[in-house]
Design a protein around this ligand. Structure first.
Ligand SMILES: Cc1ncc(COP(=O)(O)O)c(C=O)c1O
Length: 476
C-alpha cells in the first residue's frame, strides 16, 4: 500500500499501515459514525495486498472500539470514537515524552488576533518600516509591463521569470548550482510547510522537531497526526549525538528546523553542525526541512551558509520566505529542492491552489531586483537592531534572562520563578500588551517560564511604554 499511496512504510507492518489509513480518515471526518467502511476485498484490491492483512487491521479497529461489525454487512465506524482514536494505542507512545494528536489549531494566531496597543506577539516587520510609497510604483509598473496580468494564471510551480531571478540570487548565496526548475514558489513559508507536511508525513510518522519551535509550524505537523520527537536547541546548536540516536532508533520521516536566527530563541546553529547534520540526514534518510525565513535579517555578521549548501544527495529542502523583510502581504516563498522532493510538492501545490497569484509574483520580482530593495534591507537591519537594543535596555533591570540574538525579530526570555507566562499573558492582555507564551512553542507543552517578545512590529517609543507596562504587571 505504502508505495502506491505515496506512503513510504518506514518499517511499519502492512496491517498497521491499513489501520493508520483508516484511523486517519476517521479522524479527518471523512468517515463518520455509522458509515460503512470499505470491504476487506475492496481495500485489499486497492492496496494490492493480501486480504488477511486488511482483515487483521480491521480486527484491531474492532478490538479498540473504533469500528464495529454488522452481521453479513461489514465493518462500520463506531459512534463517539474520536476520543478513543486520540488516546490510542500503546504502540503510539514508544516514548512517554512524545505527543501526537490530530486537531486543527493555530495557537499563535489565536493570540495575535487579540487587538492590543502593545503588540509583542507578532514576529513581523512594522509596516511603517516597509517602503510603501515605492511599492505602489512597482505595482503600476508591473501592470504597464504585463497588461494581461489579471487575466493570466501562474503555472503551479511559479512564474518562470521569478524562479530564474531567485535561482540566481539563492544559487549565488548558497554557492550551489541552482536553476529555475529547482524552485517552487509558494504562498508564504506557511504554505510551504503545509505542503511538505501533507506530502511527506502520514499519521503517526515520527518527525524531529526543535524544542522550542515555530508554534504554527508545529500545529501544521500536528494536524497531520505526526508524532513529535523533540530536539532541544541551545545557543550553540543541537546535541548531535542525541539527534543521531533519535534518527537511528525512530527513523523519523523528517526534521523540521529553523537553524538561522531561530524562532523563537534567535539562536543560530554553527556551520560545523550543519555539515554533520546533513551527513546524518543522508545516513538515516531523514529529510531536513530547513525553514530559513530570517536568513537575511542579521545585524552585523551574515549567518553561516544554509544546510542546503552542504547537501549533495537531496536530503535538504530549503524554504526561503520573504515575508519577514520584503512584503508579508505578497506571500512569497521559494522552496529549493532536488527533483525527488520538488516534483511531488509541485503536484501538491497544484492541488492546493494551482499557483501563487501571478500579480504578487511579478510585483515581488520587480521590487526584489531593484536597487531600492538592497537599500531597504540595509536600513531595515539598522532599524531592527535599534529596536532590539531599546527592548533589551528596558528589560535590563528586571532580572529576566535571555541570550542577545545576532539577528531575527525576537527575544526569548526566562521569567523569574514567581511568574508563569500564562498568568502574565492573561493579566497583560487586560492591559493591552501581548506576547507569545513559551508553552505554545514547546512540542511538550511545557516551558511555562519562557516568553517570546518581538521587537520588530512596534516603534521604539511603544516598545518602551509596553515593556514598562509588562514588567510592572509581572512585579505585581
Ligand atoms: C520560522 C517561521 N516560518 C514560517 C513563518 C511563516 O511565514 P510566511 O509569512 O512566509 O508564511 C514564520 C512566521 O512567523 C516563521 O517565523
Amino acid at each position: 500500500m505504502g508505495k502506491t499511496q505515496g506512503i513510504a512504510d518506514g518499517g511499519n507492518p502492512l496491517f498497521k499501515q491499513v489501520y493508520d489509513y483508516i484511523v486517519d480518515r476517521i479522524e479527518r471526518g471523512e468517515w463518520k459514525a455509522h458509515d460503512k467502511l470499505p470491504s476487506v476485498r475492496l481495500l485489499a484490491a486497492q492496496f494490492k495486498m493480501n486480504r488477511l492483512t486488511v482483515f487483521k487491521a480491521y480486527g484491531m479497529l474492532k478490538e479498540q472500539g473504533i469500528a464495529y461489525v454488522k452481521e453479513k454487512s461489514g465493518y462500520y465506524v463506531s459512534a463517539g470514537n474520536k476520543s478513543n482514536v486520540r488516546q490510542l494505542p500503546a504502540y503510539r507512545s514508544e516514548d512517554a515524552r512524545l505527543s501526537a494528536s490530530v486537531h486543527l489549531k493555530n495557537s499563535l494566531n489565536d493570540i495575535q488576533q487579540i487587538p492590543v496597543d502593545y503588540q509583542f506577539s507578532q514576529a513581523l516587520i512594522d509596516p511603517n518600516l516597509l517602503p510603501n510609497l515605492f511599492l505602489s510604483d512597482y505595482v503600476k509598473r508591473v501592470f504597464d509591463l504585463y497588461p494581461k496580468l489579471m487575466g493570466t494564471y501562474s503555472t503551479p510551480q511559479g512564474d518562470a521569470e521569478l524562479r530564474q531571478s531567485l535561482s540566481r540570487y539563492l544559487g549565488g548565496e548558497l554557492r550551489v548550482e541552482l536553476s529555475a526548475s529547482d524552485l517552487l514558489i509558494t504562498s508564504g513559508s506557511q504554505q510551504a510547510i503545509d505542503l511538505i507536511s501533507r506530502t511527506f508525513v502520514r499519521p503517526m510518522d515520527a518527525i524531529l522537531i526543535e524544542r522550542p519551535t515555530y508554534s504554527a509550524g508545529m500545529d501544521i505537523f500536528r494536524q497531520q497526526g505526526a508524532r513529535f520527537l523533540p530536539v532541544d536547541i541551545h545557543p550553540h546548536g543541537y546535541d548531535l549525538e542525541h539527534v543521531e540516536s533519535l534518527m537511528m532508533n525512530h527513523r523519523p520521516r523528517l526534521f523540521y528546523l529553523n537553524p538561522t536566527f531561530h524562532n523563537p530563541t534567535g539562536y543560530t546553529v554553527p556551520a560545523s553542525q550543519r555539515k554533520r547534520l546533513v551527513e546524518l540526514a543522508e545516513r538515516y534518510k531523514c529529510l531536513l526541512v530547513e525553514d530559513d525565513a530570517f536568513h537575511d535579517m542579521y545585524f552585523d555578521v551574515p549567518p553561516p551558509p544554509p544546510l542546503f549548501a552542504f547537501d549533495t544527495d537531496g536530503w535538504v529542502v530549503h524554504l526561503r520566505g520573504f515575508s519577514k523583510y520584503v512584503a508579508p502581504g505578497l506571500r512569497i516563498c521559494a522552496i529549493a529542492a532536488r527533483p525527488n522532493v520538488l516534483e511531488p510538492l509541485i503536484t501538491a501545490k497544484s492541488l492546493a491552489d494551482n499557483g501563487t497569484p501571478l500579480v504578487n509574483q511579478k510585483i515581488f520580482l520587480h521590487y526584489f531586483e531593484s536597487v531600492r530593495m538592497r537599500q531597504h534591507i540595509g536600513k531595515l537591519r539598522t532599524a531592527l537592531q535599534m529596536r532590539k537594543d531599546v527592548m533589551e535596555r528596558e528589560l535590563a533591570e528586571t532580572g529576566w534572562s535571555w541570550v542577545s540574538p545576532q539577528g531575527g525579530l525576537n527575544l526569548w526570555l526566562r521569567l523569574p520563578d514567581t511568574v508563569t507566562a500564562d498568568e502574565l499573558l492573561k493579566l497583560s492582555i487586560r492591559q493591552s500588551v501581548s506576547f507569545v507564551p513559551g508553552d505554545i512553542c514547546d512540542p511538550l507543552g511545557e516551558m511555562e517560564s519562557r516568553i517570546r517578545l518581538s521587537y520588530s512590529f512596534v516603534n521604539e517609543a511603544t516598545i518602551k511604554e509596553g515593556i514598562k507596562r509588562l514588567t510592572d504587571i509581572a512585579r505585581g
